[in-house]
Unconditional design. Sequence first.
Length: 197
Amino acid sequence: MASAGVDRTVRLFDADTGLERGAPLVAHTDWVTSVAFDRSGRRLASSSRDRTIRIWDVEAGRVAEPALTGHAGAVLDVAFDHTGTRLASASTDETARLWDPATARPIGPVLTGHTGQVIAVAFSPRDDTLATASSDESARLWTVDFRDWVDHGCRIVGRNLSADEWRQYLGDRPYERTCRTWPSGAGAPADAPFSRY
């Protein structure tokens, strides 16, 4: 078990005995507002009024660097998806965000639309939907399946990246057609394989 504290610490406890395990985990500079384990129980995410999210190696009692930053207000809640490859956060800045906990980078767009603090986040059992709850007295459901985002982007743009755009954004990675209904972009091989998502 883990607890979030106004003393800026995360504390771990043995679920059987209730005794504290090890020293408090210290990295936040303000109240810790929420904690969430990944499915393996080996990683823990913590959120704070200091506007950051920290990822902890539970066994080693060490924080991963860098912190996940980007919210303009206190981070009130965090939740891992069932695979542990995505983390959702809720903030007083009226947004929710998705993160890659392994790289500390955001995934996709900032989820906006609430008119009050976002106070809770939760993934659906299939991890394709994120639920958010807000002080604006509403809850929202967000499609967070990456393939849906790709399909939506393809409908908006109506084409695949050109070879120059591909190199600009993806470097030396071999060219792939992301949009399945469109041919390869300008200057790219016509027989380029489709991306696998």
